[in-house]
Ligand binder design. Structure first.
Ligand code: SAM
Length: 244
């Protein structure tokens, strides 16, 4: 990582209340592995050091705002792609047990290899669809937190994530700006699958100034057995929402 990249990372971290200095070597290695993996596997559209530092690393860590992810517990990263937010989180929160989940095998293989190279023992990647895991005993109702960055509209996320949480657990959804219509549908969908929208935090990302929203949904009761619906249905027919 160049000195400019290190300064961006440190400044961005500071704006989020994080001291990333002890983690510079790990982030430099993650940057290298991501750029190298990208040329082989075309994993992410972000390719420059500046974009990766700000829009992957700092953006990922912004899910720590508000403290809802906590310092320990079992966290499923729904739709992790090339490992975001899981990999940055695993570096700065070694007490979290992270399960990065994606339906695309090559992405999960990359996350697995990268976690191994970085010596991250708190990352257990998993290939699969959230709808499938949500109906399996070893995953349904098992997670303390679900985090999801840039994956789906809130009503869809609520149906995919809430079945996986234990009662009292929380979904932390990292999104861009959210419309009132999506939020209303998300609130109704959360109620339908056993949850309640707890917080909606609109903020600007440090340094880039991009608009972001962090939405926290708490699971208040068990999810009815009919949810999640079968693979692809939550996306094709989102609960209480027709706009896509
Ligand atoms: C836009 S990418 C975001 C990736 C990553 N979270 C990030 O912020 O860079 C969305 C990812 O979610 C995955 N995904 C979407 N729906 C899913 C589902 N139902 N189960 C598992 N993975 C899913 C896709 O395969 C894709 O890799």
């Amino acid at each position: 990582m160049t000195p400019e990249g290190e300064t961006l990372l440190l400044d961005g971290g500071r704006a989020l209340g994080l001291d990333l200095a002890p983690h510079l070597p790990a982030f430099a290695e993650l940057l290298r592995l991501l750029q190298e993996g990208n040329t082989r596997l075309n994993l992410t559209a972000l390719k420059t050091e500046r974009d990766i530092v700000l829009k992957h690393f700092i953006d990922s860590l912004s899910c720590l705002r508000g403290g809802d992810l906590g310092e320990e517990g079992l966290v499923l990263d729904l739709g992790t792609g090339a490992g975001f937010p899981s990999l940055p989180l695993a570096i700065v929160r070694p007490g979290l047990d992270l399960v990065p989940l994606d339906s695309i095998g090559k992405k999960i293989r990359f996350v697995e290899e990268t976690a191994q190279s970085l010596g991250l023992k708190n990352v257990r990647p998993q290939v699969g669809r959230a709808e499938t895991l949500g109906r399996q005993d070893e995953h349904r109702g098992q997670y303390d937190r679900v985090v999801a960055r840039a994956v789906a509209a809130l009503p869809i996320l609520a149906e995919l994530a809430l079945p996986l949480l234990r009662v009292g657990g929380r979904l932390v959804a990292q999104k861009g700006p959210i419309t009132d219509e999506e939020l209303r549908a998300g609130q109704r969908a959360a109620g339908e699958v056993g949850g309640q929208v707890q917080a909606v935090d609109a903020f600007k990302l440090p340094l880039s100034g991009d608009a972001r929203t962090l939405i926290v949904v708490t699971k208040t009761r068990p999810t009815p057995a009919k949810y999640p619906r079968r693979e692809g249905i939550p996306n094709a027919q989102p609960l209480f929402w027709t706009a896509k």
